[in-house]
Design a protein around this ligand. Structure first.
Ligand code: GTR
Length: 414
C-alpha cells in the first residue's frame, strides 16, 4: 500500500475490516486487499491543503493566497525548516573579485563575485561563479546550490568538468550558469547552528536553539536569495526567468529557496527525498523517514521537527502542500530509478497531489496521473516530473530536463 493512513483512520479501518469480513463472509486477507487498493488510490489519505481554517475549501487563487497559503507556509516554517531571523540583511554588498573573462570558447563571460553580508552579531561572506552566454538579450539563468566537493563539481576555471554543473551545455542552450557552495554559508555538520550565517543574525551563545529557529537547509536557501539580489542588479541577466536547482540535500534546499523567495520563477528538486519532494505518507519502507533524517541531520531543521518523528503519517500537512506553495510558478521534480532512499513514488505522488494549487490559477499542475516509466518526462503542465534511469546524482539528463521545461515555458525568447 502506498499510503499509510493516520492512526485514527487505522483504528477505524481495523474495526471496519472486521465488519466487512462478517458481512461479506470473506477472509481478512481478501478484505484487506480490497481496502488496500482503495487506499492506494485515494488522495484523501493526504491532508487537504486547500481546506480553509474557518471551514470550506479554497476555490479561487484569492482564497488560497489570502486565507490558506499563509497558514500552510507558517506550518512548514515553524515545524520543519525554521523561521529566518532576517530576509535581505542590513549589510549586503557584492564585489567582483576577478576581472570578467571570456570563457567557453569565447561564448560566455565569466564573473566571480563575493557576497558579503552582516547583521547585528557579525559579518561573513561567500563566493559565487557566474557564466553568462554572449547574447543580445538578457539571459535566463539557473542557480545551483552545490553540496558536492566544489573543486570537482563547480570549477570556475573549467579545468575539471562535471555533469553536476554542465556549464558548457547550458551556455550552448542559452542559459546562464551560476553556482555557489553550500558550506561557505553554513557547515554541513552539527555545530548547533552557531557558525556561518547563523552567527551574524542571532546570539549563538544561547543555551538552546529556538524551537522554530532556522535550520541549515534554510540558511543555504537564504544564500540563494542573496545571489538573486545580485542577479537583479546584473543587466546581462533576465531576473524574471531564474531557476534554483539542487540535488538531494541541495534539492530540499532548492524547494525552500523557491517557496521563501517568489523571485525564483522555477525550483528544481533533484532526488530530494525525505523532507524534500517525498510525501511522508508514502509508505515506502526502503525510503528515508523523518526519524532517520532528524537523527542524522538535526541541524538541517527547526528543533520542532523532532515532534514528528515516527508520526510521518500524521503530520498536519504533507510535502505535496509544500510543493503547492510554489504555485503558480514552475516546479520540477526528478527521481532516479536506483534511488529507493529518496522514495521515488512518493516524490511523484507529492507532485501529483500538489497540482490542485495550480488549477486555482487556471493552470495545469502535473500532466500525468500515473507513475511514469523511466525516461518518460511529464512536463506539459507547470509541475514537471522525471523518473530518470540511473543513480542518486545530478547529471546532464537532469539538467536537460530542467532546460527543456524552461524552454517549453518560453524562457528563451527568439
Ligand atoms: C543522505 C540523507 C538524504 C539526502 C542525502 C544527500 O544521507 O539521508 O536525506 O539528502 O544524504 O544529500 O546526498
Amino acid at each position: 500500500m502506498l499510503f499509510r493512513p493516520p492512526r485514527a483512520v487505522e483504528i477505524w479501518y481495523n474495526d471496519a475490516m472486521e465488519n466487512i469480513c462478517k458481512k461479506l463472509d470473506i477472509t481478512f486477507c481478501a478484505a484487506l486487499a480490497v481496502c488496500a487498493a482503495a487506499f492506494a488510490r485515494s488522495p484523501e489519505c493526504v491532508p487537504d491543503f486547500l481546506a480553509m481554517p474557518g471551514g470550506g475549501r479554497a476555490a479561487t487563487a484569492a482564497d488560497w493566497e489570502k486565507s490558506v497559503k499563509p497558514v500552510v507556509k507558517k506550518f512548514f516554517l515553524s515545524q520543519v525548516y525554521g523561521t529566518r531571523p532576517v530576509a535581505r540583511p542590513p549589510h549586503l554588498s557584492f564585489t567582483a573579485v576577478w576581472p570578467d573573462r571570456d570563457m567557453v570558447d569565447g561564448k560566455a563571460v565569466r564573473k566571480r563575485i563575493r557576497c558579503e553580508y552582516g547583521g547585528k552579531h557579525g559579518t561573513n561572506s561567500f563566493f559565487f561563479t557566474v557564466f553568462i552566454p554572449k547574447s543580445v538579450k538578457p539571459s535566463p539563468a539557473f542557480v545551483l546550490i552545490c553540496n558536492r566537493k566544489a573543486a570537482d563539481n563547480i570549477d570556475p576555471e573549467r579545468r575539471i568538468k562535471s555533469e553536476f554543473w554542465p556549464v558548457e551545455e547550458m551556455i550552448a542552450r542559452g542559459y546562464a550558469a551560476i553556482a555557489f557552495h553550500n558550506e561557505e554559508v553554513a557547515p554541513d555538520w552539527n555545530t548547533g547552528n552557531t557558525t556561518g550565517a547563523f552567527a551574524c543574525f542571532e546570539n549563538v551563545q544561547r543555551p538552546y536553539r529556538s524551537k522554530e529557529g532556522w535550520g541549515t537547509l534554510s540558511a543555504w536557501a537564504w544564500a540563494a536569495s542573496r545571489v538573486m539580489d545580485w542577479i537583479e542588479t546584473e543587466p546581462l541577466l533576465d531576473a524574471k526567468h531564474v531557476g534554483v536547482v539542487g540535488h538531494s540535500r541541495g534539492g530540499k534546499t532548492a524547494l525552500i529557496a523557491g517557496v521563501e523567495d517568489e523571485r525564483f520563477a522555477m525550483a528544481c528538486s533533484n532526488c530530494s527525498g525525505c523532507s524534500g519532494a517525498k510525501l511522508n505518507r508514502a509508505d515506502l519502507p526502503d525510503s528515508e523517514h523523518i526519524m532517520q533524517i532528524v537523527r542524522t541531520f538535526p541541524y538541517w531543521f527547526a528543533p520542532n521537527y523532532v515532534a514528528w518523528v515516527n508520526r510521518d503519517a500524521e503530520i498536519t500537512y504533507d510535502q505535496n502542500a509544500w510543493l503547492a506553495l510554489m504555485a503558480p510558478r514552475l516546479v520540477a521534480v526528478t527521481s532516479a530509478s536506483a534511488d529507493g532512499w529518496a522514495g521515488q513514488r512518493g516524490e511523484f505522488e507529492a507532485a501529483r497531489l500538489a497540482s490542485p494549487a495550480w488549477e486555482l490559477y487556471g493552470k495545469k499542475g502535473l500532466s500525468g496521473q500515473q507513475f511514469p516509466a523511466v525516461n518518460d518526462p511529464l512536463m506539459e503542465g507547470s509541475v514537471a516530473y522525471h523518473y530518470r534511469e540511473g543513480k542518486h546524482t545530478l547529471c546532464l539528463k537532469d539538467w536537460n530536463f530542467y532546460m527543456d521545461f524552461a524552454d517549453r515555458n518560453g524562457w528563451r525568447r527568439p
